[in-house]
Design a protein around this ligand. Structure first.
Ligand code: ATP
Length: 454
């Protein structure tokens, strides 16, 4: 079996979905009513994982770049925004329905033969003619439901950045090249939502828009492609599960576009897009708002121009799915004191793991539980901790493996004697004795030097 087929066999979408529910990563929205399609709720472990992925991205983009600042723009924007951006006119998917089984498809998702023969790929029934369907959710703001009250739920976070670009130059004295980063919800009335949280109607994006001088855009575009690739390497993602996809058919605003694709259990799919959006967006906002969107280069004889924009646009919720799939592993193991010889383990990078360290007293009695609680209190300020005192120790290790906890600390009778504990490593299952007072420093070192072994 090749490495990739072996991986795909292990991490099926069914297994990921079921583990996510069982362990409280992701639940179906409004499940007690039969569920709301295209919507999911992030449980205790899921929200921690999502927050950490977001924090890593935010740090990478803002703290590690002197010239990138953050923004949190509103979801509701003036409806003219979406006319200027081209979404009202162009943000459509062509769809067809099956007259027999009523299934609905995006035409670009079915084969050319089926499309030409107007034949349903599911049941062979007859398909309707293709019609364009706008993906923006539309509602009304205020009491009157007329055209003047139309409001859209933003389908991308990018436009909030473009309309604020002058505010940010003025308030923060930014000079080109500079970037604006934002994480937030976006909404798309997707025709087909499947594969768990891969494609949903409500999702989160992590977008960074980089404003550059025309003529320097191609170099910047290549530079951002390299940076985004290196970022996933830093996250510890399996690099043979990532590849580039170059867009041949470009969106109306783009000069060049590449996707970073990940090998999900259902195949290679887009994870993040890197786009050269030219000066289209700012040019259109200048036209539609009547405001001057030019940059004035004070270091260069007040030269004026509308900047080009290089965009890096990643799905946060799609990154959660990628990290879950990437971390998922099953293996047959022989561990001392553990009669369960198969384990499911999530090999999260310790910086991403929802729980960094679990404290487990061997027994509840004889003061071991109290000792373990004290250790937990001492670590809590610096690390995300869990405490578990119920069940056989082997079962408790397995539970932590499945939640992706990289370190377990076991408090036993020896701990009372010599003030040491067992530190167990998730990936290798190795155990070492560590003095309690050195635990925090040791964990920090282990996290810093972490290297994935499988
Ligand atoms: P697709 O072709 O898959 O519909 P797209 O090319 O329209 O996606 P972009 O508009 O470039 O996607 O969005 C940037 C990123 O936002 C994507 O790479 C993806 O990670 C994420 N994303 C887009 N649509 C969804 C969705 N419906 N659910 C979850 N994440 C999404």
């Amino acid at each position: 079996m090749s490495e990739l087929t072996e991986y795909q066999g292990k991490a099926t979408m069914e297994k990921i979905t079921s583990l996510a529910k069982r362990r409280g990563f992701v639940f179906q929205s409004s499940e007690i009513y039969g569920g709301q399609s295209g919507a999911w709720d992030y449980g205790p472990l899921g929200i921690e994982l999502k927050n950490r992925i977001q924090a890593m991205w935010w740090k990478e983009m803002t703290r590690l770049h002197d010239n990138i600042v953050g923004l949190d723009a509103a979801i509701f924007m003036h409806p003219r925004t979406w006319e200027a951006s081209g979404h009202v006119e162009n943000f459509t998917d062509p769809l067809v329905d099956c007259k027999k089984c009523k299934a609905r498809f995006r035409t670009d998702m079915i084969s050319e033969e089926n499309l030409a023969a107007k034949k349903c790929p599911d049941c062979g029934g007859e398909l309707t003619d293709a019609r364009n369907f706008n993906l923006m959710f539309k509602s009304h703001i205020g009491p009157a439901e007329d055209t003047a009250s139309i409001i859209y739920l933003r389908p991308e976070t990018a436009q909030g950045i473009y309309v604020n670009y002058k505010n940010i130059i003025q308030s923060n004295r930014m000079k080109i090249p500079f970037g604006i980063a934002q994480v937030g919800k976006a909404f798309r009335n997707e025709i087909v939502t499947k594969n768990f949280i891969f494609r949903t109607c409500e999702f989160e994006q992590m977008e960074m828009q980089y404003f550059v001088k025309p003529g320097t855009d191609e170099e910047c575009f290549n530079d951002w492609r390299n940076q985004r690739w290196a970022y996933y390497e830093k996250l510890g993602v399996k690099m043979d599960h990532l590849r580039w996809y170059k867009h041949e058919k470009l969106a109306h605003y783009a000069k060049d576009a590449y996707d970073i694709e990940y090998l999900f259990p259902m195949g290679w799919r887009e994870l993040e897009g890197i786009h050269n959006r030219t000066n289209y967006d700012l040019g259109r906002h200048a036209e539609f708002s009547g405001k001057d969107m030019q940059y004035i280069d004070q270091d260069n004889n007040n030269e004026r121009y509308i900047p080009f924009i290089i965009e890096t646009s990643a799905g946060l919720t799609r990154n959660v799915l990628m990290i879950l799939c990437d971390a998922y592993d099953e293996e047959q193991v022989a561990e001392k004191g553990n009669d369960d010889d198969w384990r499911t383990v999530l090999r999260f990078h310790p910086d991403l793991a929802p729980v960094t360290v679990a404290i487990l007293p061997l027994m509840k009695k004889d003061g071991l539980a109290e000792m373990a609680q004290d250790i937990r209190k001492n670590l809590q300020d610096d690390y995300a901790t869990d405490y578990d005192q119920s069940g056989a120790i082997g079962r408790r290790y397995r539970r932590q493996d499945e939640a992706g906890t990289p370190f377990c600390v076991t408090v036993d009778y020896e701990s009372k004697e010599d003030k040491t504990v067992t530190l167990r490593f998730r990936d290798s299952m190795e155990q070492v004795r560590v003095p309690i007072e050195e635990l925090s420093t040791r964990l920090r070192q282990e996290i810093k030097s972490y290297k994935r072994i499988k």
